[in-house]
Structures are given as C-alpha cells and as structure tokens.
Ligand binder design. Sequence first.
Ligand code: SDX
Length: 430
Amino acid sequence: MAESITITDNRTGESFEVPIVDGTVSAQQWSKHLPGIWFLDPALVTTAMSESAISYLDGEAGILRYRGYPIEQLAEQSTYLEVAYLLLNGELPTQAELSAWVEEVTHHTFIHENVRKRFLEGFHYDAHPMGMMMSTIAALATFYPEARNIADPNVRYQQIVRLIGKMPTVAAFAYRHRLGLPYIYPDPELSYTKNYMNMLWRRTEPKYMASPVLSRALEVLFILHADHEQNCSTNAMRAVGSSQADPYSTTAAAIAALSGPLHGGANEAVLRMLDEIGSKDNIPGFIEQVKAGKCKLMGFGHRVYKNYDPRARIIKRVAEEVFEVTGRNPKIDIAVELERIALSDEYFIKRKLYPNVDFYSGIIYQAMGFTPDHFTVLFGIPRTAGWLAQWQEMLTDPEQKIARPRQVYTGAEKRDFVPIEARGHQLVTA
Ligand code: SDX
C-alpha cells in the first residue's frame, strides 16, 4: 500500500497524490495544487515547522533522546558541557575536543564591567531575575557588534561560546543583586556548575567548596533541561533567528518565551501552587478546583508527552539525593500525594496528563536554597545550548527562510474613513 494520500478538489474534480514522508505530508505539495488555500493551525498544534536532528521525543512512550542518546544515559554518565557539545556538533567529543571546548567556555564567563556596573545595578532590588537575564543578554549584543554577521561560522561559534559561558554569570549576578550582596566573579578552576554555585553562594571563604552531591544534582538538572525539540522558546529562537537577528537578541526572545507560566515559568508556579495547597488534607479540594476548570495543576500536562515525562522521573530520584544533604523539603510529600491522586483520577487519565519536567524541579531548587523567582533562570541557563543548537541548525538548513505564517482574516470589510466629529455613535467592536 502506497505511503501517500490522495486529495480531491471537489470544486474541480481534480485529484492529486501526496507522499507521506516521516509521518508528514508536504505543505509545499499542497500549495502547488491548491494555491491560496492555507492550513489553519492555531499554536502549530499539528504542524511540523522544521526538520531537526537534535532531539527526539516519543510522546506516547515517554522517550527523550539528544542526538540519539537516551536522556537517562546522558543524565547518568555525562556532564552539561559535554551534552552542550553533543547538541551543537551532533557527536560526543573526544577527550581532546571536550578539553578544548571546556577551556573555551570557561574563559568566556566574564561579562563587561559596564554590564555589571551600569546595567545590572540599574535594576530595582526586587526586579524579577528573568527580566534581568532577558534584558542583560539582549544588551550583550551591543558589546559584540560583529555578532550580526551570522553567516560566518566562526562568528557564530564565538557567540555560542560567549553565551553559554556568560549565562551562569549573568544569572548569578542577578541573584546577588536581589540579595544586596557583592558580586562573586567566575573562578576558572571550577567546573561549569561548581563555578555557578561559587558565584551564587560564596561568602568570605577564600575558595568556594561545592557539595559534590549538589553540584552533581545541578549537573543532571542542567542536562535534563538542555534541549527539547520545538518547544515554545525554541520556536521563538528559530522565528526571531530566521530574520537573521544577532544571537544575543534572538536568545533574549527565547528567554522571554521561557518566562511564561505555561512554559519554563511553570517550575516557579508549581512551588506557589504547593504553598497554596499547604497540606495533604487540602489536596482533594484543590483537585476539584482543577477539574472545575478554576485553575491548572501546574507541572502537569504536555503538548507532546502523553505519558510520564522521562525527565520528571529522573528529577524525582535526584530530589531524594539532594535531600540527603539539604534535609527533606516537606513539599515533596504534598507533590507525591498530589501526583498519586491525580494519576488515579479520570479527569487526568482521560486527558493523559502526567507530571512534566517542572513538577519536581522547583522542590529541589528550593531545598538547595534558591527562591522561587530564580527557578526559571535555572531552566534558561542550560536551555541556552539547545536554543543555540536549534538556531544554528535553522541557519544552515537550505529549506529555511524567514518565518512568516499566513492568517485567516476575520476583521471588518472595506469601509471609508469617519471624520472625528461624526464618530462615537458607531458600535465599538472588540
Ligand atoms: C515545559 O513543549 C515543551 O517541550 C516544553 C518543555 C520543554 O522542555 O521545553 O517540556 C517545558 O514547558 C513543560 C510544561 C510546563 N507547563 C506547565 O506545567 C503548565 C501546566 N500545563 C498546561 O498549561 C498544559 O498542559 C501545557 C501548556 C503544558 C500543554 O497544553 P496543551 O498541549 O495546549 O494542552 P491543552 O491546554 O489543550 O489541554 C488539553 C486538556 C484541556 O482540557 P479540556 O479543554 O479538553 O477539557 O487538558 C487540560 C486542558 O484544560 N489540561 C490541564 C492541564 N494541562 C492541560 N488541566 C489541568 N491542569 C493542567 N496542567
């Protein structure tokens, strides 16, 4: 049986056959036969916007692979910078390649003093760290004007190294700014995650000694958050990058998309939800509120996963390891009971709603000492590698051009201008 569909235009009786390739049919083929007839697909729910070789998700089976490697194996055996190299280059690095890559990134962790003194200092003490991160990363474009030359692979590589290197510094400076603490500068002798912890938490000690359990937990969390195919913020990265904007402005757009509570902002929203629930006794009442459509069970549900998010399973295990060091965060007990009740309730079963990556991550971050408004920053730091890998893949894809979707116009028909003295009586339509 041919892997194809046959489309008949009943207006003309003409039929044409379109092959089914990789589970898709080509919109270009459609347009060739039916010019001017568009697919209406709000939020691109049923549209593949690109081909990509970076991440593979199987939503029904709950599978995630980066460049073919199962996320469970990478979380167990790899490091964040090694995974970043894999996402960007398509292959795991040799020891020499990894050492050179780590050296490069480590020596691009500093940010221009003007960014610290003039820009970050300008924020109010209680500015949300995602707003600080988004605008500071955009501001970096003004320090590297050559970054606009995105056609040059060497220029792209230089900005990729700078962005991956500087994200933890910007994030840590935002954290210290909120607390009114002096900034701690990067320590090139520390690993990526230990250096981030150093810039966050070093006080007066001459050398920050990170807990090996907590730094490994952060490494695993960074690996789990590194990429996730065409999620909302990656879509923003690709759309903005398709106009050939510089990578700093493009990454700032991705950070903006990530900040929303339906996306990366969900980990902060989960903690606020658990605070609101307060105790296990209140869970049944809260679940009823959700089922009545009055609120969402934050950290649950996913556009692709209709099974348990494989990352949530790993994070739940990491939580127990972190609690060995930090002490148990009692919110985990509410979360586990909330999951147990939800997974046995027809409302969630019918809609295939399972815990996603954000359901347990915030509980770990809070136990590690982060305030909830910093949680999404902890998502944005590692996702930078994925955003940049997807950005680079888009720029080097011969099929790609500036993103410019069509629309279905539902507004007013042609009408003549109304002088202001004659206005006011016509019905104001929304
Ligand atoms: C991330 O895309 C990615 O890959 C994202 C991400 C990544 O790594 O980049 O995985 C990270 O963003 C994870 C998702 C974090 N967001 C949340 O936890 C917020 C809560 N979740 C929902 O808002 C929702 O599940 C979404 C946004 C995640 C997915 O929404 P969809 O695919 O648009 O699904 P939908 O809104 O059409 O929901 C289908 C049904 C609806 O019910 P009915 O109208 O059919 O009766 O399920 C219900 C929804 O009301 N539903 C929920 C729910 N999520 C969906 N009901 C209660 N609680 C929820 N969380």
